[in-house]
Design a protein around this ligand. Structure first.
Ligand code: MG
Length: 402
């Protein structure tokens, strides 16, 4: 085990990649052609490097990278990787001027994951074991942003997922024509029989319409209806949850334990779906999970397969994680060691740390312009600037400001 001095952060490097999806994602809310992965490398004084990442779906990756480079990376210099919780809190509070959710939380997540990677490497064990999890693999459900597919193509895709060993499925709904949704759900039900099926409306409906759509879909016995309405609208979700015969799932656009607490305490959600990147990383995800478990709800990690697998493996009773077609790093061809997904399970790496090693050579073609995205904050340069500015403390200025 390294000493706390050895674990001090000396350098931060930030790199943004815009990776094209093998197939575009289309839902009732968006069309997405690229994923943006902001990679964060924290290097300790002893030379050990931890790599984290945060993902945006085609929007704001440059802003996330700039947020880390300009405002958060300097706060990490000189801090110990073992000071993880305090550093996370300092970073998160520092983000309150522009708002603690959205870009801020996604930026903090990149650093949080790098800290976890470091802590795993320092301890010589996978992060899931540090979190208390013993599972080497976790179940997945097959998911796709497939609202653009003609019904026969949707059926074809579902058969492919079934043939690949999947036993749980999610499809997009939210077509303008409600009968078209019903027809698509019926077609998928016909393929999968009584196997679990989830429906995702991506916030498409207004309150009255949501209830009407639910009445049309409840005979297909879905596990949940995901994001029926705008995620900001807690009150109407609470009213809907009280009347709906389909359980409500949501959380992918919420940013913090506080937002989840409001939903959970309002009785507005049954399946709680935080996204590791949107909530500020693994640290905050686990706190939200404990709030959800305290309300006897089911945690269902949203997207982010590689990060979700780690938290799910450490959480007894966690719902199978979401494996979105074209969404994993393996699907995108950017890992040195692809994560094995077979028989409806994803197998985690036994390596110390997060177990996710990016293939930088394969990613080079997707690297965003360096003037926007690449930064190495050197410890000595930072100290020199502090002294020049009359500070003299090797700790980041942001720390004393919070
Ligand atoms: Mg969704």
């Amino acid at each position: 085990m390294a000493s706390s001095v050895d674990a001090r952060i000396a350098e931060v490097a930030v790199t943004l990649y815009r990776v094209p999806l093998p197939r575009p994602w289309v839902s009732a809310a968006y069309t997405i052609t690229h994923h943006e992965h902001t990679l964060v490398e924290l290097t300790l004084e002893n030379g050990l490097t931890g790599t984290g990442w945060s993902t945006t779906l085609g929007v704001a990756g440059a802003a996330v990278a700039a947020m880390i480079k300009s405002y958060l990376a300097p706060m990490c210099i000189g801090r110990s990787a073992h000071d993880h919780e305090a550093l996370w809190s300092d970073l998160w509070r520092h983000c309150h001027q522009p708002g603690s959710g959205g870009i801020s939380a996604i930026a903090v997540a990149g650093i949080d994951l790098a800290l976890w990677d470091l802590r795993g490497k320092l301890a010589g064990m996978p992060v899931r074991r540090l979190l208390g999890g013993g599972a080497d693999s976790v179940p997945v459900y097959a998911s796709a942003a497939n609202l653009n597919l003609a019904e026969h193509k949707l059926v074809e895709q579902t058969k492919q997922f079934l043939d690949a060993g999947n036993r749980l499925f999610k499809i997009k709904i939210g077509s303008e024509d409600a009968d078209q949704d019903v027809s698509r759900v019926a077609a998928v039900r016909n393929v999968i029989g009584s196997l679990p099926l989830m429906l995702d409306a991506n916030q498409r409906f207004k309150p009255g319409e949501a209830l009407r759509r639910i009445a049309m879909l409840e005979r297909f016995n879905p596990v949940w209806l995901e994001e029926p309405m705008l995620s900001e609208d807690i009150d109407n979700h609470a009213r809907l949850a009280a009347q709906s015969r389909i359980p409500i799932a949501l959380g992918e656009e919420l940013s913090s334990r506080y937002e989840f607490w409001r939903y959970i305490s309002s009785g507005a959600v049954s399946y709680v779906q935080p996204n590791v990147h949107k909530v500020g990383g693994i640290s905050e995800w686990m706190k939200i999970a404990h709030i959800g478990m305290g309300a006897n709800l089911t945690m269902a990690p949203q997207g982010a397969l590689e990060a979700s697998a780690i938290v799910a493996s450490a959480l007894p009773g966690c719902y199978p994680i979401e494996n979105i077609d074209s969404g994993s790093f393996t699907d995108q061809g950017i890992l040195e060691e692809p994560l094995r997904v077979e028989g409806g399970r994803v197998h985690l790496s036994p390596e110390p740390g997060l177990g996710v090693r990016f293939n930088r050579e394969a990613m080079e073609a997707y690297r965003a312009p360096s003037d926007l995205t690449v930064s190495i904050v050197d410890r000595q340069k930072y100290i020199n600037e502090k002294e020049r500015d009359g500070g003299g403390d090797s700790r980041p200025a942001g720390r004393s400001a919070v």
